[in-house]
Design a protein around this ligand. Sequence first.
Ligand code: OFO
Length: 160
Amino acid sequence: MSEKVLEKLNEQLNFEYLSAWSYKAMEIFAADYDLKGFEHWFAKQAQEEVEHAEKMKAFLLEVDYKPTLTDIKAPKNDFSTIEEAVKEACEHEKEVTRRINEIAKLAYDEDERRVFSFIQWYIDEQVEEEDNFRYLLTRLERAKDNWGALYILDSELSRR
Ligand code: OFO
């Protein structure tokens, strides 16, 4: 199999852990900000990111490539508002989509059909990921400094 494609997938496996790490930092920020719904929501999101990484790990092992874990860059820990944290998450997800698309393109160019097929799940998943964060950001932008609206949203998020 193309080493180049597998290395790229391994790089993404590490990036998925970085996503989990970033959302863990947002979970802690939300907890410290007394927004329990957001705390819960980010905790779930971090869990999902670990699942994304695990799925890649399993695939790489199945095709006889041993995954390597690298350093994880410290995430941003402080934000001035919860809106700023969610805005940062939105940008992060756009970056994930860009990277996933890059893997799909490389797999296609290298005629690596198993990776091309495998990565389709992530392409679809990113539609939902970006939509979730955009929805949250829109609601936050509309709530602005209205704490009543923010608490309604917070309680909604605790049901994720
Ligand atoms: Fe793994 O999708 Fe978000 O980052």
